[in-house]
Unconditional design. Structure first.
Length: 460
């Protein structure tokens, strides 16, 4: 069947003339009703079947949604500030008298442990309460934590005090993430979900790149405490913008109890084979990438190409691929998004394989670009599929298990670097990491529920 596109001049209940060819038949399309993205053309009994065509408008429809503009502004502000804050916290700790790498590790591990500890509770709370209000509260806690860390650095408090201050920052991130995953379907039309996820990812990548680029410069000129204060301001700006969205109160099923909700979330998670198989696959990929990008890749770059400049070129190529991938994913249309996303995820193995196999720098950088593009295409298709297929009152709980898998497997991967390198050597270990990514994605694709899953936008 040929695609049908609406004419923007024709109005809500008409369509420009278009012939839809099916075998030897031509028909004229008329619009039956409207949807968030465009119109719906419906043919009650065509060749013995009900046929519904979605007629797409251009992507500018998405940015006419005031709530989405506020949301993307909030995310851009807080991610830029958080990227600044990450650098400021690291070098602020290192600037303390007698502090070293182990002290930085103590502070960052405290933040990560808090995230892991609170992430499942964040999913439960987001499905029980107003998601937007929970996000505002999380931003306010994060702002307060950053102000405390800035003050602690100014006063040169001991490192354990900084580690304690990092705990609420980690808890705030854990409460925010599942709520954010569940909020998007509440503020954009169903047909715009994929474009909205892609647009948010483009903003996230750009903001992260900007914050990372400016972080070192700002720390050098104004100092780490001042940059952490800027980060606190970015969270306050995010809280104001999210509060301004004024989302209507969603109808939620009366909550039974926290532990009961945790159990129901787990049962929902394991009842969907396509969910847990994909989360497992990407958790394995996270561990492999953590080993490859966190330790093995830089070590091999140092040995082969004399170090930091070569590794930086690979990371820049990957960053460019990420932005390209999130942009491309706005335009991908498929009835099998999870199948397509997992096939793209195979590309994550390319730079690790190229490094391990001894490819030259230019081809390794190209592989990193492709891997970055594949990462964000998978991410957009996966997130959109979950938002469309999981009931709204379970969405944040399911998302929290996804976040838990990613967060717990990254440190596990780093812990395995030593034993794996001792057993195989750096180059072979990189190839093994690439193989783990391919095998885990292939195993998920072999699950029938994953391979056959078709998804269509839910009507509001």
């Amino acid at each position: 069947m040929a695609p049908v596109r609406a004419s923007p001049e024709t109005g809500a209940n008409t369509c420009e003339r278009s012939n839809v060819k099916h075998q030897d038949h031509h028909i004229r399309v008329s619009v039956a009703r409207t949807s968030g993205e465009g119109e719906i053309a419906h043919f009650p009994r065509w060749h013995g079947k009900d046929v519904t065509l979605r007629i797409h408008q251009d992507s500018s429809v998405l940015f006419r949604e005031g709530r989405f503009r506020l949301l993307i502004g909030a995310r851009t502000a807080s991610i830029t500030g958080n990227s600044l804050g990450r650098i400021a916290l690291t070098f602020g700790v290192l600037s303390l008298p007698g502090a070293g790498a182990q002290d930085v590790s103590m502070v960052l591990v405290s933040q990560l442990v808090a995230q892991i500890a609170f992430i499942l509770f964040g999913g439960v709370l987001a499905d029980r309460l107003s998601r937007s209000r929970l996000m505002v509260a999380s931003d306010l806690v994060a702002a307060s934590a950053n102000l405390f860390l800035a003050s602690a650095l100014l006063l040169e408090l001991p490192v354990p005090a900084l580690a304690l201050g990092a705990v609420p920052a980690g808890a705030a991130a854990a409460l925010f993430a599942p709520a954010m995953s569940g909020l998007l379907p509440e503020c954009v039309p169903a047909d715009q979900l994929q474009r909205a996820n892609a647009a948010l990812l483009v903003a996230r990548r750009g903001a992260d790149l900007l914050g990372t680029a400016l972080g070192g410069v700002l720390v050098a000129f104004v100092g780490a405490p001042a940059v952490l204060t800027i980060n606190a301001g970015s969270f306050l700006a995010s809280a104001v913008l999210i509060a301004a969205m004024r989302l209507p109160r969603a109808d939620r099923t009366p909550a039974a109890g926290l532990l009961s909700d945790l159990r129901s979330g787990w049962l929902e998670f394991i009842s969907r084979r396509w969910v847990w198989s994909t989360v497992t696959a990407f958790s394995v990929a996270t561990a492999a990438l953590s080993m490859g990008q966190g330790a093995l890749g830089p070590a091999l770059a140092q040995e082969r190409w004399n170090g930091a400049q070569a590794w930086s070129a690979i990371l820049v190529a990957e960053a460019a691929g990420l932005i390209c991938g999130s942009s491309v994913s706005m335009r991908i249309t498929t009835r099998y998004p999870l199948r397509v996303g997992l096939l793209f995820s195979l590309g994550l193995a390319l730079p690790l394989a190229a490094l391990g196999a001894g490819f030259p720098l230019w081809s390794t950088a190209l592989a990193a670009f492709v891997a970055g593009m594949c990462t964000d295409v998978f991410g957009v298709l996966w997130t959109t599929t979950v938002q469309r297929e999981v009931p709204a009152d379970m969405l944040s709980k399911i998302s929290s298990y996804d976040w838990l898998g990613s967060m717990t497997m990254a440190p596990v991967g780093l812990a395995l670097v030593g034993p794996l390198t001792s057993a195989l050597g750096v180059a072979t270990a990189l190839v093994a990491c690439a193989g783990a990514i391919v095998l885990s994605a292939a195993a998920s694709l072999l699950v029938q529920d994953t391979w056959r899953l078709q998804t269509l936008p839910r009507e509001h």
